[in-house]
Design a protein around this ligand. Structure first.
Ligand code: CDP
Ligand code: CDP
Ligand code: CDP
Length: 286
């Protein structure tokens, strides 16, 4: 029972992997690694060093990746004292991404990175370089088993790690104890991304009166259709590449969340994990 437990969450762009993985990690007291952010950091290195043409071989970029450090700051530890006893409102902890100690969390979500990342991630050499970082981060982030007082006395609660991406269940952790494939319709995913951009725009306006003065969206602000097109192009590249394409692992649990609430999907995944860890389910009331 006290063994470490790995949850792999894969799926297309904006299917909810990252926010779901973070909330599940918090529920279970596990660590969390966002593998997409490592590919985004690699893409930022390419852009900053003018190595946009990765199609002719990416040796310069691979050297840069090997010389760089990526850190993912995620703190589920505040709830570690009783990880499986958490009840109440669902929260999604923040994650900060550090590239060579610089906080690039916002910069790696920019449109230039969105446009280039799938191409960078299709290079076999880049994937090997990222794999080294990924394994090291997972080892460091994984939480250890703890003993918690339950109604039948002290029980041992496993520690573990949640990792999300495209090839986690198929290539990175083929033996993961729980594999989830999250999916949703392209339009639902595009609308969610658009909503996210809208609410960050609102926040920026609330903080800055100059921005609030003009109530029009900035000129470069994409439409839902633009976002849908970008997501579909990236999915096409991720599904059709040669190295570790996006696939549903044969032992993955497929969850289409087009018509599900965020809470439903987080709680059902956390309970699936509890089942497999031999712990009591918490959310049968859903
Ligand atoms: O958040 P979103 O779903 O838009 O993307 P992401 O998870 O940050 O991943 C960005 C890109 O990195 C993907 O489109 C893939 O090209 C690549 N990626 C990958 O190849 N393998 C992974 N395990 C994770 C991401
Ligand atoms: O990591 P990935 O790109 O797959 O998705 P994300 O960055 O977690 O974004 C998904 C967005 O959809 C978040 O704003 C979630 O709150 C929202 N959402 C969801 O994930 N699942 C639902 N059932 C409904 C909304
Ligand atoms: O992976 P490592 O050799 O560090 O040690 P482990 O304790 O055997 O594995 C740690 C976690 O990695 C386990 O929870 C496995 O699910 C996962 N793993 C995997 O999925 N596939 C492998 N080939 C090796 C480990």
């Amino acid at each position: 029972l006290a063994r470490d437990f790995t949850i792999a969450i894969d799926g297309p762009a904006a299917s909810g992997k990252s926010s779901t993985a973070r909330a599940v990690a918090l529920e279970l007291g596990f660590g969390y690694i966002d593998s997409g952010s490592i590919y985004r950091c690699a893409t930022l290195l390419a852009l900053r060093n003018n190595i946009a043409d990765v199609s002719t071989g990416a040796t310069d970029l691979i050297d840069l990746i090997n010389k760089s450090s990526v850190n993912i700051k995620f703190q589920p530890s505040s709830t570690r004292s009783a990880p499986n006893l958490i009840t109440g409102r669902l929260s999604v902890p923040d994650v900060r991404i550090l590239l060579n100690e610089e906080d690039v969390s916002e910069e790696i979500r920019k449109p230039e990175v969105n446009r280039l990342v799938a191409k960078v991630a299709s290079d076999g050499g880049v994937r090997t370089a990222v794999l080294g970082i990924q394994r090291a981060l997972a080892g460091a982030a994984e939480t250890r088993s703890t003993s918690v007082a339950g109604k039948d006395g002290v029980v041992s609660v496993p520690g573990g790690v949640v990792m999300d991406g495209r090839d986690i269940g198929t290539t990175i952790f083929p033996n993961a104890e729980l594999k989830i494939y999250l999916d949703a319709s392209a339009m639902a995913r595009a609308i969610r991304r658009w909503d996210e951009m809208n609410s960050s725009l609102k926040q920026a306006r609330a903080a800055d009166p100059a921005l609030a003065a003009g109530d029009k969206a900035p000129a470069e602000y994409p439409s839902v259709e633009d976002i849908a097109r970008e997501l579909e192009e990236r999915d096409y590249a991720d599904i059709n590449r040669e190295h570790s394409p996006l696939r549903i692992a044969k032992d993955a649990v497929v969850i289409d969340n087009t018509a599900m609430t965020f809470e439903q999907q987080v709680y059902s995944i956390a309970d699936l994990a509890r089942d497999r860890m031999g712990l009591e389910r918490k959310h049968d009331d859903l």
